[in-house]
Design a protein around this ligand. Structure first.
Ligand code: S5P
Length: 259
């Protein structure tokens, strides 16, 4: 059962059992933005410049550190300083998909030491609940949050039907660590779960590799999700800052219409 109206983010913060979800709801309410930038660019310096330009407009920055051409702790500290300055959280879009024992090492160790700097990561539930337990054993003590990839934006995605519902059931069993979903639609009306939607932009309806796009209004009003994730729609624009301001305004206006 899903109601038509939603609670404001500031109120939903009190329903969040995961501390990162609570923090994100508070940031969105304070900063008045439900926009996440997907900064999928490979030059680490260009990425920091982009974030400096757009940081004031976003509640969340999504990274893919494994596409960077170089990576070190100096870069991590620079990113963290920008997150502090502009009051956004960091989401490493690692899409973990292995057994608990392996993801534990991929999350906490290796070159990237993701758990040290990313407030949020995401995972596929293909391996079963052990993946959540493995990630939780690293992330919970550091007050991190996990998003489950319940639906995908790409054409022909198998993440649908019973698989999508299994994500919701697992999230409910792990409310301390799971903070919500990567999804195209609202899946749970529990106010403590956040629904984040990628595949959002105005210029195109698809790319040449299966990506499919909807508008911020479709995501927030029709599909009842909470946060829009925009990548190429912003960073490929001639003026990324101005474009981010447009997406921010559209997504926030849409949110106000569902209250
Ligand atoms: O279903 C999904 C899930 C994710 S996290 N579809 C997606 O596109 N993503 C990610 O969102 C994808 O990896 C990319 O980083 C971003 C979309 O980028 P855009 O340039 O198409 O907006």
């Amino acid at each position: 059962m899903q109601s038509n109206k939603k609670l404001p983010y500031a109120v939903r913060a009190a329903y969040c059992t995961n501390p990162t979800a609570k923090k994100l709801c508070e940031r969105m309410a304070e900063k008045k933005t439900n926009l996440c930038l997907s900064a999928d660019i490979s030059d680490p310096h260009a990425l920091l410049n982009l974030v400096e330009a757009v940081g004031s407009e976003i509640c969340l920055l999504k990274t893919h550190v494994d596409i960077l051409t170089s990576f070190d702790q100096v870069w991590v500290h620079a990113l963290q300083a920008l997150a502090k300055k502009h009051a956004f959280l960091i989401f490493e879009d690692r899409k973990f998909a292995d057994i608990g024992h392996t993801v534990k090492q991929q999350y906490g160790g290796g070159l990237y030491r993701i758990a040290d700097w990313a407030d949020i990561v995401n995972a596929h539930i293909v391996p079963g609940p052990g993946i959540i337990e493995g990630l939780k054993s690293v992330g919970l003590t550091q007050q991190r949050g996990l998003l489950l990839l319940a639906e995908m934006s790409s054409e022909g995605s198998w993440a649908r039907g019973d698989y999508t519902q299994a994500n919701v059931a697992l999230a409910e069993q792990h409310r301390d660590f799971v903070m919500g979903f990567i999804t195209q639609h609202q899946l749970s009306d529990h106010p403590g779960f956040l629904h984040l939607t990628p595949g959002v932009q105005w210029q195109q309806t698809q790319d040449c590799l299966g990506q499919q796009y909807i508008s911020p209004e479709q995501a927030i009003i029709q599909h009842k999700t909470d946060i829009v994730i925009v990548g190429r729609g912003i960073y490929q624009a001639e003026q990324p800052r101005e474009q981010a301001q447009r997406y921010r305004k559209a997504a926030w206006n849409a949110y106000q219409q569902v209250l």
